[in-house]
Design a protein around this ligand. Structure first.
Ligand code: BDR
Ligand code: CA
Length: 311
């Protein structure tokens, strides 16, 4: 199995990503879940991660990470994810499970250094923890197989130029994108093709299992906020593209390109400058996802949820 560490800020789509990665036929072995302030503050993201683990019976260490970006102020995305960060389903306000007594950054370093097999890092929130781990212990680079992340794109959702995860901690993103570690990037160009529309919701609703029901409630809330904020007819399950890719690499198409992070612009801070035409002549540092095969994507998505019911 491919070993992964899910670094996240759940978040509806983060939660769905965890649920897919942990599904019964998954080719992934989740080594740990680490949390970072993003969609909501660190404590709530951690509560949500623990509640998701409880919900799906996933026993892995959950460690709390950075409570704010490397520089600058903390900003959250309550408009999309509600006050708890995971509004919609009924969840205990204090989870049964507890986080481990180790900082996420140290857990990432320890897991990567001690693993015989290379580990893939899967960040679906701001890149603060990953940047801190790379700076604190650069030796981890040798044993990280790939960083498979959701962030950025050729347009923005937080500003016209910047996507939320990158905008929140652009300096951390810069550290990660310049690290030399292979990166697979799922930006808005492709995540906006993963729209959980009515037909998808009906398919999820038809799976008779509490986990599928939980996913349905997450999708219901998320599509409502996307309707309210952007007038979208459905919610894009951004982060889940990372798990779907790791589980089914054939679902996506990529371009190997150079990506720079804008950390300073008055209008463009947090922008990912994606050199699709190779105009910078800089060496490619990112496998940039440009397409997903929607039909098979939702078939596999449904299969992963059904695996809970069949187990
Ligand atoms: C990203 O921002 C968050 O709201 C989502 O969880 C996702 O990681 C999309 O821009
Ligand atoms: Ca997220």
């Amino acid at each position: 199995k491919r070993k992964v560490i899910l670094d996240c800020d759940p978040g509806h789509d983060d939660a769905i990503s965890i649920i897919l990665a942990a599904s019964k036929e998954s080719p992934l072995q989740i080594e740990a879940i680490t949390t970072v302030a993003g969609n909501i503050d660190l404590e709530k993201c951690t509560y949500n991660a623990l509640n998701v683990c409880e919900m799906i019976g996933l026993d892995v260490p959950v460690a709390m990470g950075a409570e704010k970006p490397l520089l600058g102020k903390k900003v959250t995305a309550g408009d999309f994810h509600g006050e708890s960060g995971l509004d919609g389903p009924e969840l205990p306000s204090v989870p049964v499970r507890k986080p481990v007594d180790q900082h996420a950054v140290d857990l990432i370093i320890e897991k990567v250094l001690e693993s015989e097999q290379k580990i893939t890092l899967v960040p679906t929130g701001p890149l603060t923890n990953i940047a801190l781990a790379l700076m604190k212990e650069p030796k981890i680079k040798e044993n990280v197989e790939e960083i498979v992340l959701m962030g950025g794109g050729t347009f923005g959702n937080w500003t016209p130029a910047a996507e939320f995860n990158i905008w929140v901690d652009a300096e951390a993103a810069e550290v990660v994108f310049e690290s030399g570690v292979p990166i697979a990037m799922f930006g808005l160009d492709v995540t906006h093709l993963a729209l959980a529309d009515r037909e998808v919701m009906d398919r999820v609703a038809a799976v008779d299992h509490p986990v599928a029901h939980f996913v349905f409630e997450l999708l219901e809330f998320f599509s409502k906020t996307y309707k309210d904020v952007f007038n979208f007819e459905a919610g894009p399950i951004h982060d889940a593209c990372t798990a779907m890719y790791l589980m089914n690499p054939d679902l996506f198409e990529f371009k190997h390109v150079h990506v720079d992070i804008e950390t300073k612009g008055e209008y463009t801070k947090g922008m990912t400058s994606v050199d699709l035409l190779g105009v910078t002549k800089k060496p490619p540092n990112v496998h940039f996802a440009v397409h997903l095969h929607q039909h098979s994507f939702w078939d596999r998505f449904e299969e992963a949820l059904k695996s809970y019911a069949e187990a």
